[in-house]
Design a protein around this ligand. Structure first.
Ligand code: NAD
Length: 484
């Protein structure tokens, strides 16, 4: 396959929080993989900046270990790794004080792309933005990358947007939702807008309903303190599931360009009806065979935080009026699986007789694992004995279809960082999008908090609480089975 990768310019990427968990597990190994893929120009540099006192050599040792542990198969090429490490620098810095900033100002070049990655807690965003300006490190060409969580409600998200807007234009801010960096998530747009086959049917006239499932097998042990203040709604729905919903439901943008795409996503969020609490099921995993429940993992025995949520949403617009969207996500479920399924309506008239029952076309897009697509179509059951119908999947795994090329696909962080360097904001959330998502989320959470809603217990390894099944059954529908 001929590479059509857009080259990147020389850059200085400054990672505030360059010694943190995210830098160690995702950002630095991702950059190394891009280096191995020949995507890092000769004069590109990475500058770690964090609180720990260390010099360049100590930082290179730290990164060597991180890349070896998390770099995947490329990590074994020792000489390439050493070459990569020479691109790294480190400056100890205090985000809340002035220590280290003069050194950083001396190091950072002005004649290359400059991107500042705020891989620190959101409490430091405002401090970093102000100090970048104060020490002459910012102008209207630098780029700022910020991580989730972008606020915990509308007010805090607005405050963060405001803190950044005091120093930077919106066109300089790259808000990461790593789901948007996933290959299959972008494939949603390719499938919808690159094919003639699906789009004419992509509306309430032909679509019965749409399901979005993001199921995880892991619990919250190890990050229970953070998670317990957040829950599935804030941690997953407000950002990741909302982005998936937008991509599946939005109108075709006129171009695959940042504001054209983001304008359409924003319209979807604004068209979401407030969700009725009868259409929400919150769950919390109970004791499993290993003897620990959500409350044990969260170290909060009176916690009412949800580790699972399922809901039915309506989008009030011309395209989707009457087609419900069912979303669910949770921890410690039976399999790790993210999937979007578009369930089409029954054929208007069955020429085969009522006894043949219901046969529906379903298009499922698997985001992970085994990325691919399945289209369920109805065929004749083979053999004699009359016309009996059978649903069979036309199953396409991207790994099979693309062969070895599928293995070289960059992971979400690699792609997103390179997009920052290229100055392409298409796969990043705009400030108004994030605020609109919180404006929809806030009243839902406020409602259940006011009722002291107690999440329904569910067994680890299951598909979530029984009530989540009922949410569908009441509407004479079924969730697709969660399987890997
Ligand atoms: P972490 O606690 O492991 O690391 C924090 C980093 O910030 C360290 O390098 C530390 O030195 C630096 N730091 C803290 N206070 C500082 C100060 N006053 N001045 C200068 N540097 C300071 O955190 P993390 O897990 O790497 O997360 C970073 C951000 O990314 C957070 O906002 C987090 O919510 C987000 N995030 C993390 C993950 C993940 O997998 N770890 C995933 C998604 C989002």
């Amino acid at each position: 396959m001929v590479s059509r990768v857009i080259p990147v310019e020389n850059f200085d990427l400054i990672i505030f929080g360059g010694t943190g968990d995210l830098a160690r597990r995702k950002i630095l190994p991702g950059l190394y993989r891009r280096f191995c893929a020949g995507q890092m120009p000769e004069k590109a540099r990475i500058i770690g900046a964090a609180r720990s006192e260390m010099d360049n050599d100590a930082y290179r040792d730290f990164v060597r270990v991180a890349v070896t542990e998390f770099g995947g198969k490329t990590a074994s090429e020792a000489n390439v790794l050493e070459e990569f490490l020479q691109r790294l620098h480190y400056v100890p810095i205090d985000a809340r004080g002035d220590g280290g900033w003069a050194d950083l100002a001396k190091l950072v070049r002005k004649d290359v792309v400059r991107a500042y990655y705020f891989s620190v807690g959101p409490g430091l965003f405002g401090d970093l933005a102000a100090r970048l300006t104060k020490h002459g490190l910012a102008d209207d060409t630098v780029r700022i990358v910020v991580e989730k969580p972008f606020g915990r409600d509308l007010a805090s998200a607005k405050a963060l947007n405001q803190a950044l807007a005091e120093h930077f234009d919106e066109s300089q801010v790259y808000r990461i939702d790593h789901y948007l960096g996933k290959e299959t998530v972008q494939n949603l747009m390719a499938v919808r807008f690159g094919n003639m086959l699906f789009e004419p049917l992509w509306n309430s006239q032909y679509v019965d309903h749409i399901q979005i499932t993001v199921a995880e097998t892991v619990g919250v042990a190890g990050r229970g303190g953070y998670y317990d203040k957040s829950g599935a709604m804030r941690d997953m729905v407000q950002n990741h599931l909302m982005q998936l919903l937008c991509l599946i439901a939005m109108e075709p943008p006129s171009k695959f360009e940042p504001d054209a795409v983001r304008d359409e996503k924003l319209k979807v969020i604004r068209a979401l009806d407030p969700v009725d609490h009868h259409h929400i099921v919150r769950g919390q995993y109970a004791d499993g065979p290993d003897g620990h429940s959500y409350r044990d993992d969260a170290e909060n025995l009176r916690s009412f935080t949800e580790s699972f949520i399922a809901m039915r949403l309506n989008i009030s617009n011309w395209r989707w009026a009457g087609t419900p969207f069912y979303l669910r996500t949770g921890k410690r479920l039976k399999a790790r699986s993210s999937e979007i399924t578009v369930v089409f309506k029954d054929a208007p008239h069955s020429i085969f007789g009522a006894e043949e029952g219901r046969h529906r076309n379903m298009l499922s897009i698997r985001l992970q694992p085994n990325e691919g697509m399945t289209l369920d179509v109805t065929i004749k059951e083979p053999g004699p004995g009359g016309m009996r119908l059978l649903d069979v999947p036309l199953d396409m795994s991207f790994a099979d279809a693309l062969g070895p090329d599928a293995e070289d696909v960059p992971d979400a962080y690699e792609r997103l960082i390179m997009d920052v360097i290229r100055g392409n904001q298409t796969l990043f959330m705009r400030g108004d999008e994030v605020e609109a998502a919180w404006a929809w989320t806030d009243p839902v959470i406020a409602e259940w908090e006011a009722r002291n809603d107690v999440p329904k217990p569910y067994e680890p390894g299951s598909a979530g609480p029984e009530d989540a099944m009922m949410l569908m059954h009441r509407d004479d529908r079924r969730w697709r089975e969660i399987k890997t």
